[in-house]
Design a protein around this ligand. Structure first.
Ligand code: 4NP
Length: 152
């Protein structure tokens, strides 16, 4: 089982989109039994909330369901539970390192190799469109990279 966690600030926009898109791609590839996929937020403001309606709509427009997701707060246990933790921006990357417990097992990496997925929270439709496009493209690459690394 390969476990993958996506982390953003509120766990209602960027990381739920990444979780939903990655799961969609994994299911398309028939690999759902090989993966555990989740997301969480560095802040607890939205714990228990469903993804932002704008993220839900944007994903649905491209055939991806975010239904059933509920915002979680990043926990110490996440570092032991997951193989890979992907930070949606450099702020999350710093926080992930700063909060890492001694027994951390996860490999922490930036989600994009080229920089941040911009925070769409104060934005509008085009910002959510941009986030979706970045997430979609990178999730496709990540799945290929992880499949190669794990020979599946
Ligand atoms: P996310 O977006 O980190 O992509 O889920 C945000 C959602 C909420 C807040 C910030 C970013 N907030 O400050 O409440």
């Amino acid at each position: 089982m390969i476990s993958v966690l996506f982390v953003c600030t509120g766990n209602i926009c960027r990381s739920p989109t990444a979780e939903g898109v990655f799961r969609h791609l994994v299911e398309d590839a028939g690999l759902e039994d090989e993966f555990k996929i989740a997301s969480s937020g560095t802040e607890s403001y939205h714990v228990g909330d469903p993804p932002d309606a704008r993220s839900l709509r944007m994903a649905a427009k491209y055939g991806v369901s975010l239904q059933g997701q509920k915002a979680r707060h990043l926990s110490a246990g996440d570092y032991a539970e997951f193989d890979y933790i992907f930070a949606m921006d450099s702020g999350h990357f710093s926080i992930l390192h700063a909060r890492a417990p001694k027994n951390a097992r996860a490999k922490i990496a930036m989600f994009l190799e080229s920089g941040d997925v911009p925070d769409p929270w104060y934005g509008a439709e085009p910002d959510f469109e941009h986030v979706y496009a970045l997430v979609r493209k990178r999730c496709e690459e990540l799945l290929m990279t992880i499949r190669k690394a794990h020979k599946i």
